[in-house]
Design a protein around this ligand. Structure first.
Ligand code: NI
Ligand code: MN
Length: 228
């Protein structure tokens, strides 16, 4: 079964696997990079890594329109449940067998306040194991941390890593993250959306290609790749 990965710009990602459509950190309105209008997107599940507005994004609107279940940490899920949204709360290190695969919430070094100032718990990332065993690591917003090596031990087929700096890992630490994670493929995200996270992704591609065995795929917002 083919699994596809679409980058919509910033940290907004779509994954289609075993007939299920997942949206991750669906930030479209107010995202100058966004490749499309969220009203045309279908979703069965929405994964939210942390409470910041550029990740929570249009989650409430899309979840209400589609009936999708939102998966995030327990604090964000409790906040969303009060907005008439279906939720499934996970927490760091915990996973669950969903119809689309096994999804585990991973550690992230960041913040997670919700847009209204509510406590959004701890930030996270996600490690998805599809029904046919593909592993996709979505780091979320994070600084470099050594336990990426433990995550890498699971054998990652594709990792999406922030490279923008300022709020997350920059290009140097993201390169070190690739060395710890050793994914088959890496896609850089979370750059060039705002002036403070302006980066040259092409030079990062060159460095990763020269210093690791990982294949780097530079996507444009709206591009889709298949995960082999
Ligand atoms: Ni953030
Ligand atoms: Mn962010």
């Amino acid at each position: 079964m083919t699994t596809t990965f679409t980058w919509y710009g910033h940290a907004a990602i779509g994954i289609s696997t075993s007939g299920f459509n997942l949206l991750i950190d669906p930030f479209f309105k107010g995202n100058a990079q966004a490749s499309q209008d969220p009203s045309s997107l279908s979703a069965d599940f929405i994964l939210v890594t942390h409470g910041h507005g550029d990740h929570l994004g249009d989650t409430v609107d899309i979840a209400r329109r589609t009936g999708a279940t939102v998966i995030s940490n327990a604090e964000i899920c409790n906040w969303l449940a009060r907005k008439e949204v279906k939720v499934h709360g996970l927490h760091l290190g915990g996973g669950f067998h969903f119809p689309f695969g096994y999804l585990k919430m991973t550690f992230a070094l960041h913040g997670s306040a919700l847009p209204d100032g509510s406590n959004g718990g701890n930030p996270g990332g996600f490690l998805l194991t599809t029904l046919d065993g593909k592993k996709i690591y979505l780091a979320g917003d994070t600084g470099l941390f050594g336990d990426m090596q433990l995550i890498g031990q699971e054998g990652i087929d594709l990792a999406a890593l922030p490279i923008g700096d300022n709020y997350t890992m920059g290009p140097d630490d993201a390169l070190r993250a690739v060395k710890l994670l050793q994914p088959a493929v890496v896609v850089p995200i979370h750059y060039n959306t705002f002036p403070v996270i302006q980066q040259d992704p092409a030079s990062w591609v060159t460095r990763v290609s020269q210093e690791t065995n990982t294949i780097v795929i530079l996507m444009k917002p709206g591009d889709t790749i298949e995960i082999e």
